[in-house]
Ligand binder design. Structure first.
Ligand code: C5P
Length: 399
């Protein structure tokens, strides 16, 4: 619940602004007070009247409005909230925020505020992927601004890809997570998840059966305890959780780079099923049958071991490094040896023989191996495994 929470909602000028009307309604249903700020561009997409009527509050639009300034100056307005939410955060608004510009009410409030800020970007996929936007995003995240979305999907402009604003309920989950002062509040936790895809040529790849379900459940459970979660995911079949910072990667090499970019962290959990090998002689263009029955000979190179790399860092190693061991036989013995070989603190071992139905399934039966020995848990849902692990992580980090 968000009872009594004061939220200043900045609505930028994008087609996703229509979703902000629903966001206002849902925030108020949960007891929040919403003060809306509509940019000039935002007015092109939603009307001041609908924003004001839905919020039940005065709408702020103009930096130089004499009445507004007399009643509540813009500096005071910027400090009057518990949280500022920018939804939709357009490419232009993000650029202004990153540069510290203050040429209208929204940008001035965002520069003057000392309260936390959450942005929900929405823009065309090319605009989102443009180096300038990504640079601005990195700066904003360095400044401590929290991010929700954007999501992949069909866009109003007819293109497909990342750039759709997160749905109102996802934004609310991120807001609630931000307010929850759980036992992991203030802790930065990195989670890898899903399979990796290792290209054979531009259209074919080698993969594994990981769905990303356990990693996703774990990231959500850590978020629910208040952690700032960076979720580095391969091409998983399960959608990433809301309210976490998501980095999409394909290959093991890309996953390693994303992991290194996400450090330092208080804890790092490697739930991804990383391909052990990549194709060393991957073709630059699509391989063709030669018509004479000759088959291609793939050569393999070993992938970097991300868990071992981070576990063995000389400086900046996370205080708690956790690996997973998916095995099909001698599960515990293999996992104990793996923990020592890789140098991580805990290994979460599970039996992924096809008969268990664990890989890609909804349940898991794990044994947590640490310095303290092997702790076998009964079979339970992946969400319950995630909750128990998150609790144990909170105890370890706070102990
Ligand atoms: O060696 P194996 O793949 O069984 O180890 C499993 C653990 O190591 C998992 O936590 C997995 O995420 C991690 N791993 C990794 N990088 C690799 C291979 C595995 O981080 N290249």
């Amino acid at each position: 619940m968000l009872t009594g929470k004061r939220i200043l909602l900045v609505i930028g000028g994008g087609i996703a602004a229509f979703k902000s009307l629903d966001l206002i309604r849902r925030l108020r249903e949960r007891g929040a007070d919403v003060t809306p700020v509509l940019t000039k561009a935002g007015e092109q997409f939603v009307t001041p009247l609908s924003v004001s009527a839905l919020s039940g509050s005065k709408l702020y639009r103009d930096l130089f409005d004499l009445t507004d300034e007399a009643e509540m100056g813009h500096i005071q307005l910027s400090r009057s909230a518990d949280l500022i939410v920018v939804a939709p955060a357009t490419a232009d608004l993000m650029a202004k925020m990153a540069q510290g510009r203050a040429d209208d009410l929204a940008s001035t409030l965002l520069l003057a505020t000392n309260t936390p800020v959450l942005i929900a970007p929405a823009m065309n996929v090319r605009m989102w992927q443009h180096a300038a936007t990504q640079r601005n995003l990195a700066m904003l995240q360095d400044d401590g601004i929290r991010l929700i979305g954007p999501n992949d999907g069909d866009m109003a402009c007819g293109e497909f890809g990342p750039g759709r604003m997160a749905e109102p309920l996802e934004i609310i989950a991120a807001i609630e997570a931000g307010f929850a002062r759980g036992p992991l509040a203030g802790k930065n936790i990195l989670v890898t998840s899903g399979p990796t895809h290792e290209p054979i040529d531009p259209v074919r790849y080698i993969a594994n059966r990981s769905s990303g379900a356990q990693g996703t459940a774990l990231a959500a459970a850590l978020r629910d305890l208040g952690a700032n979660v960076t979720f580095v995911t391969g091409p998983a079949s399960v959608a990433p959780p809301s309210g976490v910072s998501v980095q999409h990667v394909e290959t093991a090499a890309q996953m390693l780079s994303a992991v290194q970019a996400a450090l330092p962290a208080d804890c790092a959990i490697f739930a991804a099923a990383v391909a052990d090998w990549r194709v060393a002689n991957a073709a630059a263009s699509k391989m063709k049958k030669d018509g004479a029955g000759k088959t291609p000979a793939l050569e393999f190179a070993e992938n970097p071991d991300i868990l071992a790399t981070v576990s063995q860092m000389k400086t900046g190693r996370p205080a708690l490094v956790i690996g997973f061991a998916a095995e099909t036989d001698d599960v515990i013995a293999h996992a104990i040896a793996k923990r020592l070989r890789k140098g991580c603190d805990w290994i979460v071992a599970n039996d992924v023989s096809p008969a268990t139905g664990i890989m890609g399934g909804a349940e898991n039966a794990v044994t947590v191996i640490s310095d303290a020995g092997a702790d076998g848990w009964p079979r339970m849902s992946k969400a319950e495994v995630a909750k128990r692990l998150a609790d144990r992580i909170a105890q370890a980090l706070n102990g």
